[in-house]
Ligand binder design. Structure first.
Ligand code: 5GP
Ligand code: ZN
Length: 118
């Protein structure tokens, strides 16, 4: 069983923000911003590549609710999902990073020439 499935099953403790039948939101153990929340489906979905449009539809509302609850909807925030090798996905259970609580950096994300491909 993967580490996030264990968090869903409460075999590994987590600091939960919000939960419903389909999703769980909890604090990232190694935060990269003052607010760093992970949002995951309770069923094991490997990455964004595998998420169904229906689940994506439902997670949208779930994340909007979190943003409102934490008053990030006014100040702004960022949603990231890393996918596969190049995306830098370490945990192979789909998760959305919800980051905020301060002005976030936005810089080059790789050493490769950003104009190289087109
Ligand atoms: P990825 O690199 O796969 O997009 O992100 C994985 C995230 O999961 C990382 O930000 C990492 O800090 C977080 N993480 C890994 N293991 C645990 C854990 O056991 N508990 C919590 N709360 N976060 C974790
Ligand atoms: Zn899993």
């Amino acid at each position: 069983m993967c580490i996030f499935c264990k968090i869903v099953n409460k075999e590994i403790p987590s600091n939960i923000i919000l939960e419903n039948e389909e999703f769980l939101a909890f604090h990232d153990i190694n935060p990269k911003a003052p607010v760093h929340i992970l949002v995951i489906p309770k069923i094991h979905v490997k990455s964004f590549n595998e998420i169904s449009p229906q689940t994506m539809n439902n997670v949208t509302k779930f994340m909007q609710d979190i943003a409102k609850e934490l008053k990030l909807d006014k100040s702004g925030y960022r949603i990231i999902t890393n996918i596969g090798e190049d995306g830098g996905q370490e945990v192979k259970h789909l998760h959305f990073h919800l980051l905020g609580g301060a002005k976030l950096a936005w810089t080059h994300l790789s050493d490769a020439d950003p104009k190289g491909m087109f």
